[in-house]
Design a protein around this ligand. Sequence first.
Ligand code: DCP
Ligand code: MG
Ligand code: MG
Length: 549
Amino acid sequence: MNNVNDHLRTIIHVDIDCFYAQVEMIKNPSLMNLPLGIQQKNIVVTSNYVARQYGVQKCMKISDARKICSDLVLVNGEDLHDYRQMSYNVTACLRNYSDLVERLGLDENFLDITHLVKEKLHSNGSINSFGNVFGDTSMLCDCGCTERLKLGSQIAQEIRDRLRNELGLTTCAGIAHNKLIAKIACSKNKPNKQTIVFPNCAYELLLSLESVANIPWLGHVTAQLLAQHNITKVEELQNTSIDLLKTILGCDRAKFVRDLSLGNDLSPVKISGKPQSIGIEDSCKAISIEKEIEEKLRQLLNRLLVLVAEDGRIPKTLKITVRKYDKHNSHLSGRESRQCNISTSLFNNLKMTEVNKNKLISIIMILFKKIVDTKKTFHITLLGLSFTKFVEKPNTNILKKFLSRNIEVQSVTDFANTREECCTPTKVASTSYVLDSPEFELGPIPKRGKFQKLGTKRNLTNDLDDIEAPSKLKVAELRLNSSDSLPDTNHNISCPPNVNEEVFRELPREVQVELWENYRQTKDRDKQLISRLGKRTKTNSILHYMIHK
Ligand code: DCP
Ligand code: MG
Ligand code: MG
């Protein structure tokens, strides 16, 4: 059961104390000694430790919290901007100690400091542990893990001191040989404390949990399934035969859950990148009017666009989530989602234009109507929007300026393609279970067939045509203003008229030549296009932009 090969790593789990409340107290230090609750809707999502002494707990109703603490100060915590910023600052600070840092939510991080410990071990004589030690330590393992974890506890202390000094935050930490034990250890002594758990005490640590529902990553559904078989205590889970577990949970899940119950966890600390999806949702009193739905979605979109702008990447897919309320069958009130590709050109500008926002709203409403038949009575109790499938923005300013012009020029010739890409509605699995699992979040995006079907079925061709024509006019202007200057035959390459000269001069000569060539070829193509289109001015609207008489 206790294999020393599983003791090789040193993992720290860091959790920020009363996170949102601490951020607010840093912003406004006069709150420091007052009982403070952070309010979202009618819930206290967290409270500082002064308020916790009165019994104000996380996720308590505001009305209940006020009853037990009449002096409770409430700060609205619905705008997550500052919390997110602080969260990234913490992760950045932790990266000073290891590349292997994994974020879990906004206020937790795992660090694998195995390498750092290995480096430091040689230079250390006798090692003392820092902070609390969990369990009976009379029989510790002699494989070397004891020294490594003690050293890990020194590093954890150093990290926490640094977070305190640099960011003003108090934190808790758990130090152990795997993520599961480190995470549970972290919650053992709070606030502003750290706890070390040696491998031989892992079993005891699990047994100290109140119920199986408190085992990290076990999940509510699994806990409920186990409860149906009267397995609620960790000890009961540990003593359940693997065969029975397989019958209840299926083969793979049974093994996973059994390992968790014994404190075994070989999962690596995965380096966190940027999130796979950025979303926002809001539950509401039943909305039954289309105009109000649109208004609510517009508010959500505005908030979401701020998050996407902060993230810095460009999304390629947009998803809407809706919860319908069925008066007669409230148990049928599940979530449904639809998603579609969107053109990245909508995000070309530093700030999204109103025109592009309206285009997104049109797409969102199309998706909404795929879920809800607005001709019939409906009641919506939750709306959500999210962006996924991100691409990076070009990262040098010079190239960004240049490329955005280049893309505009290309979009005339590629017009048909980009428009098709713009809205290809698709259905994704529609239960909250699926939505909770990032891996399952995106269904396959069907190709143009569905797009065409949508356009004809709902007679939305005009909307869709309009969705992806942001640069028609600009392109025409660029071209009509183009002069015919040719590159110098000597050293200086002339700047093509559609490129910012200042930017152009910064570019390497080969790139300048290439740009000039591109410009020349585009110009030739335009000439051909204009002469072809000129024969049928009445049918092609683009020509109106291009030939001003
Ligand atoms: N949070 C939330 N909704 C919840 C739970 C938490 O919005 N249902 C937010 C508020 C918390 C933050 O997430 O500040 C971190 O959650 P934690 O569970 O770590 O709680 P705290 O950090 O607030 O308190 P603790 O000191 O117990 O870690
Ligand atoms: Mg916390
Ligand atoms: Mg937490």
